[in-house]
Design a protein around this ligand. Structure first.
Ligand SMILES: C[S+](C)CC[C@H](N)C(=O)O
Ligand SMILES: N[C@@H](CCS)C(=O)O
Ligand SMILES: [Zn+2]
Length: 343
């Protein structure tokens, strides 16, 4: 699929209802969901766990589906599966068998597909189309997410790590998730160039046919979390026809516009941005620290500017909620998604 037509083709290839025209009105922009783990916690889940939100695949799968439903209701055109920190070694460390670990990875995609299909069926019954048929993106967090030490925000993986080791870490999970039927693979919060190279190599080596996006984490808005330049990483991503979208997630909202302008100069691929609320993750204490924080009011104003700067997929990451996404959907598409009570 050609990068620049990714967003367009994604909707015109479905049954045509709620597709092209709406996207035209939205300036070709698709809305991504918001903080997944954040909303799981809001529904009462305990994610203080080495598996973080993926612990709910074992303990509370019904809550995972509910979070997906809430983001669909809020107007998300893309929902991201619960597999960010779901890894085979992580599940094996819990005493699971390999088959069980792989089964949980597949479950993460199936829960999102079920939510999407059920929601779309109910949306089709409405006389006035408000929604697009959403896409399901299978989340793949970085090696740093698996380490559970905050290193997805530092990019420091130690001296022993190599591109080959990162490929081996990602290989089987990527195969299993890709075979579970998602519309997209979403590599999230990738903090360094070595991991970007490993992912691009792996997509090729494993002949992955599901289109991918690769989003980086950033603290300062000028570099990846590792301090490496976006330009160097984009050269790697630009060379891959398996990567159809590039971007940034879980970075502070105030640095996003500058990043889009920077990326725009260096790639023709579609650009995705879904920042966090602006709060800062303390990897040791495992809690969010207050900083310059954007609630849904400030966030939607910025989202419009990100669209104008050239982003094609816009949403939220940690500490953003369905309210954030409802506001973003309204400002980008000029229409209000239903609240849960109206569905
Ligand atoms: C995106 S961060 C907040 C996810 C959690 C982190 N990998 C940890 O396990 O501490
Ligand atoms: N999709 C994940 C990303 C964490 S950085 C989530 O929203 O929880
Ligand atoms: Zn995040």
């Amino acid at each position: 699929m050609h990068a620049s037509s990714f967003v367009h083709q994604s909707w015109t290839s479905t049954d045509g209802r709620g597709g092209g025209g709406d996207r035209e009105e939205a300036g070709g922009c698709a809305v991504i969901d918001g903080g997944f783990a954040t909303q799981l916690e809001a529904l009462g889940a305990d994610i203080n766990d080495p598996l973080w939100s993926a612990a709910c695949l074992i303990t509370k799968p019904h809550l995972i589906k509910e979070v997906h439903m809430q983001y669909l209701e809020a107007g998300a055109d893309v929902i991201i599966s619960s597999s960010y920190q779901a890894t085979i070694p992580g599940f094996l460390a819990r005493g699971m068998l390999l088959e069980e670990a792989e089964g949980l990875l597949r479950t993460s995609v199936e829960l999102a597909l079920e939510a999407r299909d059920e929601f779309w069926k109910s949306a089709l019954r409405k006389s006035k189309p408000v929604y697009n048929r959403a896409l399901v993106a299978a989340s793949i967090g970085s090696y740093g997410a698996y380490l559970a030490d905050g290193s997805e925000y530092s990019g420091s993986y130690g001296d022993d790590i190599t591109t080959e080791k990162l490929k081996d870490f990602h290989r089987r999970r990527l195969q299993v998730l890709a075979s579970a039927g998602p519309d997209l693979i979403a590599f999230e919060a990738i903090p360094n160039k070595m991991e970007a190279q490993a992912l691009v190599d792996l997509l090729d080596e494993e002949s992955i046919q599901v289109p991918s996006w690769i989003c980086f984490s950033s603290v300062d808005g000028e570099h990846l979390c590792s301090g490496e330049s976006f330009g160097d990483c984009l050269q790697i991503l630009n060379a891959s026809d398996k990567v159809v979208v590039v971007g940034v997630n879980c970075a502070p909202p105030q640095v996003i516009e500058g990043i889009i302008r920077d990326l725009k100069k260096q790639t023709k691929k579609a650009i995705a941005v879904y920042p966090n609320s602006g709060e800062v993750w303390d990897g040791r204490a495992k809690r969010w620290l207050p900083a310059e924080c954007f609630g849904h009011k400030g966030f939607d104003v910025l989202a419009k500017r990100w669209q104008e700067a050239g982003a094609s997929l816009i949403g939220g990451c940690c500490r953003t909620t369905p309210s954030t996404i409802r506001a973003v959907s309204k400002v980008l598409k000029g229409r209000t998604a239903f609240s849960a009570a109206q569905i």
